[in-house]
Design a protein around this ligand. Structure first.
Ligand code: ADP
Ligand code: ADP
Length: 229
């Protein structure tokens, strides 16, 4: 479920400066495709087009053969989970933050997702900065722990499609490896679009697409792309 197809997709924020100039690729159901390229290449833009944060000007984007323009924003958001670079938490408990993608979840389901993401012990706590507004010290979460909140949210939501948008790039190397292991766990069996700026972080992707100046500059598996260099 959740096969993604981009067909000759063209997009610009401003007519004078096209960002994507005819992008075609597929993410077969359950597979992982990585979009790699320098900052400003249009990687985040491309992921936002999938959930229709913006609409494309030309081409077609479809999920399981259905044009995303024929799908409501609500069902697109339900089908797509997202782990951004920096997870911004709501002014409420960690449990509330985990539940965000699926408000009807039971306490037991929230706890189970939090345990799998290794934030189980502190789901009743408030993040730091919020508790301090009422004069108490809150729980100070590290960058890695905040990403674990986003991972717990994804486990609970269990969407067929997952977007990992530079999900480990704000972390130090040791934390990056731990969080990567958790991300590999949640992306297993899901159609996954990984956005990254370095090839070295997407070694296990089924396909890597290198975006440059609005077009696909190269594509292949990690080993193939390294050979060409
Ligand atoms: P990447 O994710 O590869 O760093 P982005 O998709 O964020 O690239 O951005 C691609 C280009 O589009 C950049 O030049 C950026 O400045 C521009 N851009 C991104 N978002 C907007 C926006 N909301 N309005 C206008 N230009 C934007
Ligand atoms: P940005 O990428 O600049 O943070 P977005 O509007 O793409 O802005 O996302 C804002 C927040 O909403 C993200 O941090 C993410 O947690 C959440 N979000 C965005 N898209 C989705 C989605 N499809 N499914 C679940 N959460 C989403």
């Amino acid at each position: 479920d959740g096969a993604i197809r981009f067909e000759d997709v063209r997009f610009s924020y401003d007519e004078a400066r096209p960002i994507l100039k005819g992008i075609s690729f597929e993410v077969p159901a359950g597979k992982t495709v990585a979009i790699v390229g320098p900052s400003g290449a249009g990687k985040s833009t491309l992921s936002r087009l999938l959930y229709r944060f913006y609409d494309i000007q030309e081409g077609r984007i479809s999920i399981d053969g259905q044009d995303v323009r024929d799908v409501t924003q609500k069902s697109l958001r339900a089908a797509i989970g997202m782990v951004p670079q920096d997870t911004v938490l709501f002014n409420d408990t960690i449990a509330y933050n985990v539940r965000y993608g699926r408000v009807e979840a039971s306490e037991a389901e929230i706890q189970q997702a939090a345990d799998l993401a290794q934030i189980g012990p502190f789901i009743r706590e408030l993040p730091d900065g919020f508790k301090s507004m009422v004069g108490e010290r809150g729980l100070k979460l590290s960058g890695g722990e905040k990403q674990r909140v986003a991972i717990a949210r994804t486990i609970l939501k269990a969407p067929p499609i997952l977007i990992l948008d530079e999900a480990t790039s704000a972390l130090d190397t040791a934390t990056e490896q731990e969080i990567q292991a958790s991300l590999d766990f949640v992306s297993k069996g899901r159609t996954t679009l990984v956005i990254a700026h370095r090839l070295s972080t997407v070694v296990s992707a089924d396909e890597i697409i290198v975006l440059k100046d609005g077009v696909i500059a190269e594509r292949g598996r990690h080993a193939d792309l390294l050979e060409q260099k």
